[in-house]
Design a protein around this ligand. Structure first.
Ligand code: ADP
Length: 259
């Protein structure tokens, strides 16, 4: 139970937030945002109050994945009201910038922007704040671990060695900054042919399980490479919201039960 090790590592608790879960990956493109969004929705469907913070400063995907493109309102000229979709409270750097502008900021600007998103969003009594991190082990991860008590992290990887190498670095980073790793999610683990039903391990087998074993952390589950998951994300209606009784949605619920 992650509530048992809440308030660890960081300094200032976030107002109105009970548990903070960071979703991380070594490489980009492995499905970290897809996992963040569907995990948040699964927790929300279980009855929790859930917020989702898109901290992927260089490539915010939450606005597209949840179909939200407004600018947040400010109450007192400073703090921002989270936007909402499917019952989730949302904040993303993507709400504040022109989506076609490249993010070419230097470290200190990244750090201050994240600090602002964290501290100046008026979250309303959240049981969970899910934070979608940028890939890798950079400024955002360090800032988070220094500024807020992250309850735990979820590592998303695909099964092939090039992704696992970077995922290991991510796991070691969380160990160093004393953020508990709640477990590993293996994404795109097999592909099921929509024509013939043949199942193929395109990116190799059991990489996520082996990674979890190596670091003695739980293996939280595996998601197939499924064109519907991709299509639903692109449409702004993620799988857990669009097809709540599907096999894939069930897998996200299984992950939610373990965090
Ligand atoms: P990351 O956050 O790691 O960069 P994303 O979650 O943005 O990765 O996913 C990258 C792309 O892969 C997106 O187009 C997404 O819809 C797609 N995708 C993610 N997971 C799956 C999956 N299990 N099956 C099919 N497509 C997926």
């Amino acid at each position: 139970d992650i509530k048992a090790h809440a308030v660890q590592g960081g300094t200032q608790p976030l107002k109105n937030v009970k548990n903070i879960i960071a979703v991380a990956s070594g490489k980009g493109g492995v499905g970290k945002s897809t996992t963040s969004v569907n995990l948040a929705l699964a927790l929300q469907q279980e009855g929790a109050q859930v917020g989702l913070l898109d901290a992927d400063i260089y490539g915010p995907s939450i606005p597209t994945m949840l179909g939200v493109h407004q600018k947040p309102e400010t109450k007192d000229g400073k703090s921002m009201e989270p936007l909402s979709a499917y019952g989730l409270q949302l904040m993303s750097i993507g709400f504040l910038i022109n989506p076609d502008d490249p993010m070419i900021w230097r470290g200190p600007i990244v750090t201050s922007t994240l600090t602002q998103l964290l501290n100046e969003t008026n979250w309303q009594s959240l049981d969970y704040l899910i934070i979608d991190l940028p890939p890798g082990t950079g400024d955002v991860q360090l800032t988070l671990s220094q500024q807020i008590p992250v309850t735990g992290s979820v590592i998303v990887t695909t099964p092939q060695e090039v992704a696992l190498i970077d995922a290991r670095k991510g796991l070691r980073m969380f160990e160093k900054v004393n953020i508990p790793v709640l477990g590993v999610v293996e994404n795109m683990s097999t592909h099921v042919c929509s024509q013939c039903g043949h199942e193929e391990a395109i990116f190799g087998e059991n990489g996520g399980q082996k990674l979890a074993d190596q670091f003695k952390v739980p293996f939280l589950g595996a998601l197939p490479l499924d064109s519907q998951i991709r299509a639903q994300s692109d449409l702004g209606a993620p799988t857990v919201a669009a097809m709540p009784t599907s096999g894939a949605a069930q897998k996200y619920h299984d992950i939610a039960h373990q965090v």
